[in-house]
Design a protein around this ligand. Structure first.
Ligand code: GZL
Ligand code: ZN
Length: 369
């Protein structure tokens, strides 16, 4: 799409402020949060209200779908490793649809960093208008980001972070993974109330900012509790099979542990399978506390059932924030370097916490993913 045509189309649209809002925020302030996280189609509404007659006329003739000119967006997605990822992918495909004025080039990079780098190079060769990258790992991005910048293509780093100078990309958005790790630790300290903790950690994919951040954040709180010990910490690669495999090896090596931290829900499902097979009880009525991350629908069902005691959300519905940024860029506006997608933690029924929302069927029914 020629950016100047899009300029006409989008300049008539109001662009609401980028305010992050988790699903739970939507519950607390449905009107505001829903509006701010409005899906793309709702954004079209202001165009009709705001555009002047001549803008409307020119916007009509410039409507990308009408003359076939769509805004070309490339999305180099991590892969399909988890339920969270599936929700994130669907959200991008729903948002960057042709009906909304986009031609989305979506590539599932299958958790392979080299594939992801080549995918981005392919987007550059295709001269796409915008490139979104959810980086499989944080390291190794400088060269290809420089190539995109030299080609004059705006790059959005989404979901996870890159370990590269921020001058090498236009903007980044996602959750604060260190804060998520600290939330898990703070809740555990509140829940244990001084009791000892012997902790096993099933980490996410090696080198992913979600892994690095959650590990760093949780360890910040471990350092504040001298009677806690992290016995071991291994990568389960954010998959259920990985979680089960690591938990099986932990069970062989350690007999005295009371906390298992799984860095996403799919790993937690695998860990529960392994503990079931070994006759180890977990949950609010069991011997082991399970802390998980993602707060996907099934993960929160397990939390509601008291099997996962604490589940720290990371909201996968982020495409709306990416689209807001792209609309601003199309309109020639400046954009923030970073947009935080807020999230919070949830705990099993019967647990009151300063750090988490107590699960109920109503909370679960109110979730959008
Ligand atoms: C978090 C995201 C992580 C999820 C996992 O923002 O990058 O990747 O926690 C997913 O489920 O695999
Ligand atoms: Zn949000």
């Amino acid at each position: 799409m020629k950016k100047k045509i899009a300029l006409l189309l989008v300049s008539a649209m109001t662009v609401s402020g980028l305010v992050a809002c988790g699903n739970s925020a939507a519950e607390e302030a449905p009107a505001a949060a829903t509006e701010e996280a409005a899906p793309a189609e709702e954004e079209a509404a202001p165009a009709e209200e705001e555009a002047s007659a001549e803008e409307e006329a020119s916007a009509e003739e410039a409507a990308p779908a009408a003359d076939g000119e769509l805004i070309k967006v490339g999305f180099a997605q991590v892969g399909h490793e988890s339920d969270w990822r599936a929700a994130n992918t669907k959200n991008y495909q729903d948002t960057f649809s042709e009906a909304n004025g986009y031609e989305l080039s979506f590539v599932d990079c299958d958790n392979d960093h080299a594939v992801q780098i080549e995918t981005v190079r392919g987007f550059i060769e295709q001269e796409l208008d915008y490139i979104c990258i959810a980086p499989i790992q944080s390291a190794g991005w400088d060269t290809v980001l420089q190539e995109a910048q030299d080609a004059g293509i705006d790059v959005l780093i989404v979901d996870r972070a890159v370990d590269a100078d921020e001058s090498l990309y236009t903007t980044a958005l996602g959750c604060d993974m260190v804060a998520e790790g600290e939330a898990a630790g703070n809740w555990l300290a509140e829940y244990l109330n001084g009791e000892d903790a012997k902790i096993l950690v099933i980490e996410g994919s090696v080198g992913a900012s979600a892994t690095l951040g959650r590990t760093e954040g949780f360890n910040n709180i471990v350092a504040q509790n001298s009677n806690w010990e992290v016995l071991d910490s291994q990568s389960g690669d954010f998959t259920q099979a990985g979680g089960q495999e690591v938990m099986e090896s932990f069970i062989k090596s350690y007999s005295d542990f009371n906390v298992v931290v799984c860095q996403n829900d799919n790993e937690a499902y695998g860990a529960m399978d392994a503990m079931d097979a070994a006759g180890i009880t977990y949950g609010v009525d069991g011997d082991v506390i399970i802390i998980s991350f993602d707060a996907t629908h099934d993960g929160l069902q397990y939390t509601l059932d008291g099997k996962i005691t604490c589940n720290v959300e990371c909201n996968p519905l982020q495409a709306g924030f990416a689209e807001e940024v792209i609309k601003k860029l199309v309109a020639g506006e400046t954009v923030d370097k970073w947009t935080l997608v807020e999230d919070e933690a949830f705990v099993a029924p019967g647990i009151e916490s300063a750090y988490a929302v107590t699960m109920s069927q109503e909370v679960l029914d109110g979730r959008a993913y």
